[in-house]
Write a protein that binds this ligand. Structure first.
Ligand SMILES: Nc1nc2c(c(=O)[nH]1)N[C@H]1C(S)=C(S)[C@@H](COP(=O)(O)OP(=O)(O)OC[C@H]3O[C@@H](n4cnc5c(N)ncnc54)[C@H](O)[C@@H]3O)O[C@H]1N2
Ligand code: MOO
Length: 460
């Protein structure tokens, strides 16, 4: 921000509240339609259509053992492998082998022996150790259709696919699956002062976002389609927002078979840095030049207040996250998460209410977002939570949403989970309840219950 910009009061008047910003982002987009992806890209995706057996599985009767396919009782005359068996005939078979027509059972290799009969012709007969009467009819045969009949549902729509589901689909003969849509996201890190490795000199800063932002985007449903790093030049910004890959980092970072073509236009371009209104802060200007519409121009929250969400005329979104590390993550959780949820066709994260482990004075102009750890069932704010810091986030289970009217010690406060944090509610714990992402709007202290602390949840 440069001296002489609009006074802070005017600037803040444009900001949406935390709740308005989340609702605006959630309403901004509809779900991306389902698409077909190769099996290799389908683990973790949500199945949009039932996977059914295309035919009986297995589709042929096979041997469960190495040995001989036999018909009737022995001794057996050896027939050509694969030929129809007549009574008292046998032919060699391997595990999984297609049984010849006429097979009544499989004799395991260790239960039979081939020896000449009195005419010197090779015959199969039971070995000395074979169980008497073996093989019983149907022994060691895997019948066709044993696992599923044609048309049976193998994996129902709505399932989040595991490797086992995908393997089952492969067994059934599928090469790809129809999965619900997920947004392609391109990360564009900005700032000439950002360095990628080592100890930066004065005025330079070590990049944090390449470690933090892609996993969060993935946790919220995004598929990283690319990752660029640009400086502060307006041309680079314009190219990035036009979704033209910039440099050597422009690989499809998460494209390992995800079915997302490298270089395909992203549904959401996420930028970091450059949200301020200073000389090198281009985001708003370029969005305006492109004919885009700003949907969120700052949020009355701290940190992360300069977060911007814009929609471009072609329907793509630009999420402008502030450069300060914690501010960027708060902007991503506040605005990016509901947007990615809407594009993925799921509900945004719901907050749970935990008793606050600390009192917060009123700060009428903003919601405060505070990394916390669950300590004895309470939301205990961390230290190291300045906008440019990360120690608090690294020690956190989630983010407390402290309303402008403040919170008393022990009063329920809305808490959002972090993907890597411990669950906010232990299964069976009675203390927490679902919140609305922002505590009640009423005056502070009016809604605290008599005994808000659930001391039964002594679960550090
Ligand atoms: N006069 C004013 N100045 C600022 C205001 C304001 O209202 N008036 N708001 C402050 C707030 S709040 C924030 S947040 C930041 C937003 O800054 P920008 O989005 O414009 O980001 P930059 O200026 O590019 O960078 C800010 C800060 O973050 C560091 N940074 C940037 N990228 C990275 C990265 N990849 N890894 C680690 N750190 C990064 C950058 O070096 C700066 O230190 O503006 C305040 N100023
Ligand atoms: O809001 Mo800034 O995002 O506090 O550092």
């Amino acid at each position: 921000m440069t001296p002489g910009d609009a006074p802070e009061a005017d600037h803040h008047a444009l900001h949406l509240t935390w709740t308005e910003a989340r609702e605006t982002a959630a309403r901004a987009a509809g779900p991306i339609p389902p698409s077909d992806v190769p099996l290799a890209a389908s683990v973790g995706r949500t199945l949009a259509e039932d996977v059914t057996a295309l035919r009986d599985m297995p589709h042929y009767a096979s041997s469960a053992m190495d040995g001989w396919a036999v018909r009737g009782t022995g001794p057996w005359v050896l027939a050509e492998t694969g030929e129809r068996l007549a009574a008292h005939e046998a032919s060699t078979i391997v595990t999984g082998g297609d049984l010849p027509p006429g097979t009544s059972a499989v004799l395991r290799r260790e239960h039979g022996e081939v020896a000449p009969d009195e005419d010197g012709l090779p015959h199969l007969r039971l070995a000395a150790g074979a169980p008497p009467g073996s093989p019983r009819g149907g022994a060691d045969i895997r019948p066709a259709g044993e696992e599923a009949r044609a048309g049976e549902v193998l994996v129902p729509a709505g399932t989040v696919l595991t490797p086992a589901h995908v393997a089952l689909a492969a067994l059934a003969g599928y090469d790809g699956l129809t999965v619900t849509g997920r947004p392609l996201v391109r990360l564009v890190r900005t700032g000439g002062e950002v360095v990628e490795s080592g100890l930066p000199g004065p005025g330079l800063v070590r990049d944090v976002f390449s470690h933090l932002v892609p996993p969060l985007l993935a946790a919220y449903g995004g598929i990283l389609a690319g990752h660029d790093r640009i400086g502060d030049d307006a041309g680079e910004w314009a190219a990035a927002l036009a979704d033209v890959p910039q440099g050597p980092e422009s690989a499809g970072a998460d494209d390992a078979g995800h079915g997302a073509a490298v270089g395909a236009p992203a549904d959401v371009v996420v930028t970091t840095g450059g949200t301020g209104r200073g000389g090198s802060d281009h985001l708003r200007g370029i969005v305006a030049d492109m004919g885009g519409r700003i949907l969120v121009d700052g949020v009355a929250m701290r940190p992360g207040h300069p977060t911007v969400l814009a929609e471009l005329p072609d329907g793509r979104f630009v999420l402008g996250l502030p450069g300060n590390p914690l501010a960027a993550i708060v902007g991503l959780v506040a605005v990016g998460e509901p947007l990615l949820a809407a594009l993925s066709g799921r509900e945004p994260l719901t907050a749970v209410e935990l008793p606050s482990g600390e009192a917060f004075e009123a700060d009428p102009r903003r919601t405060r977002i505070v990394p916390f750890r669950r300590v004895y069932g309470m939301a205990s704010p961390r230290s190291g939570t300045g906008s440019g810091m990360l120690r608090g986030l690294a020690a956190a289970d989630g983010l407390m949403v402290v309303p402008p009217h403040g919170v008393e010690l022990g009063e329920p406060v809305a808490c959002l989970p972090l993907p890597w944090g411990r669950p906010l509610v232990e299964p069976g714990a009675g203390g927490a309840r679902k919140g609305r992402g922002q505590s009640r709007g009423g005056s502070r202290g009016s809604s605290g219950s008599k005994d808000p602390v659930d001391w039964s949840a002594l679960d550090v």
